[in-house]
Design a protein around this ligand. Structure first.
Ligand SMILES: Nc1ncnc2c1ncn2[C@@H]1O[C@H](COP(=O)(O)OP(=O)(O)OP(=O)(O)O)[C@@H](O)[C@H]1O
Length: 252
């Protein structure tokens, strides 16, 4: 892999949802092996940014490249592991934990039966997120946080060069967050780049190289995570101050 080529690059990206512009000229790059967190308040465009990267939301202007290839020509999807914003891993389809994670290997084989190496990769991914002993259970019988672990295992099973995760920590208890942080550390150590949406840095803070702060579909800050945490704290302070002041009748 040419480490000089970013694995993700959005340049002056614009995108709209339901006819409403949501991204207003956004620049984002993730280098090979780099861990980048997207931060910002609700509605700032974090999920939309992720969706433009993977191509489920089209750009209305600007450019998108994956591994140096223009987005519309990119086909090497096995290099990308994607964990969508938390819905449910079950989706009404009866499947065992192992079956869901095994779909993470399918892009390698165009639906041919899984080989021994695949089974080993699936087991390793399940083990990494602490779900190996639940491999035979129905996904619908798991808690939300356990389902989230299964979706992360599915993304890991393909040994991606880039992991994209939309709020992987949402609804996950502290112990599981630590398991996920450890899992991610292992992936990063083998050179995997990570782009993830977070509400706060939490246990992942030590892993993050750059934090990109969005507001109204634009990047307002891009730098070391400490700066963004500081910025967010100020933002919260300001909101708290505003709330207190409002309660006291100081503001309307
Ligand atoms: N289907 C839709 N049609 C129109 N507007 C939408 C649609 N989905 C989202 N939006 C709007 O697009 C903007 C960006 O949404 P997005 O989901 O990217 O934000 P986010 O930063 O991920 O927020 P959150 O932290 O709440 O997940 C919001 O203002 C939202 O109201």
């Amino acid at each position: 892999m040419d480490s000089a080529i970013p694995v993700v690059r959005l340049t002056a990206a614009q995108a709209a949802l339901g006819g409403r512009p949501v991204l207003h000229g956004l620049d984002l790059s993730v280098g090979a092996g780099e861990v980048v967190a997207l931060l910002g308040s609700n509605g700032s465009g974090k999920s939309t940014t992720i969706k433009t990267v993977i191509g489920t939301v089209p750009l209305t202007a600007g450019d998108r490249e994956l591994f140096g290839v223009p987005g519309r020509r990119f086909r090497d999807w096995r290099r990308i592991g994607y964990v969508p914003q938390r819905t449910t891993a079950a989706g009404g389809v009866p499947a065992t934990v192992r079956e869901v994670v095994a779909t993470g290997r399918l892009s390698r084989h165009r639906m041919l039966p899984l080989r021994r190496a695949d089974r080993a990769a699936v087991d390793a991914a399940l083990d990494a997120v602490g779900m190996l002993e639940r491999a035979g259970d129905g996904v619908a019988d798991l808690s939300g946080g356990q389902q989230q672990r299964v979706l992360i295992a599915r993304a890991l099973a393909g040994s991606p060069d880039l992991l994209i995760m939309d709020e992987p920590m949402a609804g996950v208890d502290l112990a599981s967050q630590q398991v996920l942080a450890d899992t991610l550390r292992t992936e990063v150590a083998r050179g995997c780049a990570v782009l993830l949406v977070l509400h706060e840095l939490g246990p992942l803070a030590p892993l993050i190289d750059r934090a990109v702060l969005l507001r109204d579909g634009r990047v307002v800050q891009d730098g070391p995570p400490a700066d963004a945490a500081h910025h967010q704290e100020h933002h919260h302070d300001h909101q708290d101050h505003h709330r207190t002041a409002t309660r006291q009748g100081l503001l309307t």
